[in-house]
Design a protein around this ligand. Structure first.
Ligand code: CP3
Length: 355
């Protein structure tokens, strides 16, 4: 029987799914955010041939290939679909471009007229069909022990790019809209909740076994706005998804949430919580691990530095959280200057570790 189509009916065999279900695992499962990307020479080659970054995301054979590259090299326990959180605004009809050395650039939406010009959130899946084809190809080509993770950005983080028009250190444009006209800003969040549920559902239908929701900028919100624009939308997405796919494991990454992580984990009801580097592993063990599976949280710059310090801090995380349920990961994505051999060494350290 296909455990993917009837989640929760039998104990899963894959290591990562077992950790998310709170079951014992033989060793700690490991994958890394941004495990596909510019630090890999084989990625840079495909990327150079693909044309634009979005062309790469929307060409299933190429997106499949770059998703598989780190699996072949390192034997991670999970593959994360190669795509981006900004394909959702693209599918809503906002102009999105990825500029060399500059990151994403969007035509900013700053008022209700801008919201009214967006396409229907119920129909984002039409534009994103190539992404689901990538998922379905991966679901056939991945080694059987590897879990396939689908993903989307959380509404707040996606909104910061849609409103600001680019990445910013303080998310000021989105915050000011949210503070000056919260009910109007809520309309954008509601559009994104609906679009995200459709987008993640289509990934699950195509074969994604777990979904991760990236809220990179959650930590910039003060408590009351965090509740309204970070916690509640992710809770709504989790509930709507599980109404369609009971038992679907959902991981959330509320980066920078600090002590609010505990309420967030409990109230969103997600199965896994991905920790950023700033969270103390001991605090997380004592306050979060009884609520579900934790994931994280080595500093990506330790992976750049490598050596004794990388090994020492990786072991500290394993010794504190490794009794589970736990998935080893970074506290944020792999950066382009990472030496690929450091990744190999870290994966082996995690794979060989036992409590
Ligand atoms: O391997 C994986 O993790 C899967 C693919 C993935 C990408 N982006 C590919 C990508 C995932 C999960 C993301 C998520 C994403 N995208 C987030 C949330 C997680 C985080 O890192 O905070 C955010 C905020 C984005 C938006 C985004 N996309 C930015 C800000 C940038 C520019 C910065 C950069 O690293 O270049 C991107 C581009 C991007 N997305 C690249 C990759 C591999 C690099 C573009 C290239 O190859 O030219």
């Amino acid at each position: 029987m296909d455990e993917r189509k009837a989640p929760g009916t039998m104990p899963p065999e894959k290591k990562l799914l077992r950790a998310l279900a709170g079951l014992e695992t033989e060793g700690v499962p490991v994958w890394m955010m941004r495990q596909a990307g510019r630090y890999l020479p084989e990625y840079r080659k495909v990327r150079a041939d693909a044309g634009s970054f979005l062309d790469l995301c929307y060409t299933p054979e190429l997106a499949e290939e770059v998703t598989l590259q780190p699996i072949r090299r390192y034997g991670f326990d999970a593959a994360i679909l190669f795509s981006d959180i900004l394909v959702v605004p693209d599918a809503l009809g906002q102009k999105v471009a990825f500029k060399e050395g500059e990151g994403p650039v969007l035509e900013p939406i700053t008022d209700e007229a801008g919201l009214a010009a967006l396409g229907s959130p119920a129909r984002v899946t039409e534009h994103l069909r190539p992404v689901y084809e990538t998922v379905s190809r991966l679901s056939n080509s991945l080694p059987r022990e590897v879990t396939l993770i689908g993903f989307a950005g959380a509404p707040w983080t996606v909104a910061t790019y849609m409103v600001g028009g680019r990445g910013s250190p303080d998310q000021a444009a989105a915050k000011l809209w949210a503070y000056r006209a919260p009910d109007e800003f809520q309309k954008l969040i509601d559009i994104l909740v609906e679009a995200t549920v459709e987008h993640l559902s289509a990934q699950v239908e195509a074969g994604a076994e777990v979904v991760q929701i990236f809220d990179t900028w959650a930590g910039s919100l003060p408590e009351l706005s965090f509740e309204r624009f970070a916690l509640r939308p992710v809770k709504a997405i989790r509930e709507l998804l599980q109404a369609r796919f009971p038992g679907l494991p959902v991981i959330a990454f509320p980066r920078g949430a600090g002590a609010m992580a505990a309420r967030y984990f409990r109230e969103t009801g997600v199965r896994g919580l991905s920790l950023d580097t700033g969270v103390s592993p001991g605090w997380a063990r004592d306050n979060l691990q009884q609520l579900g599976c934790l994931q994280g949280n080595l500093d990506p710059l330790l992976l750049v530095a490598g050596g004794d310090e990388m090994r020492r801090q990786a072991r500290h995380i394993l010794e504190t959280l490794g009794n589970g349920p736990f998935i080893f990961n970074l506290g944020h994505g792999i950066v382009p200057q990472t030496p690929p051999e450091h990744v190999g060494e870290l994966v082996k350290l995690v794979q060989d570790w036992r409590p």
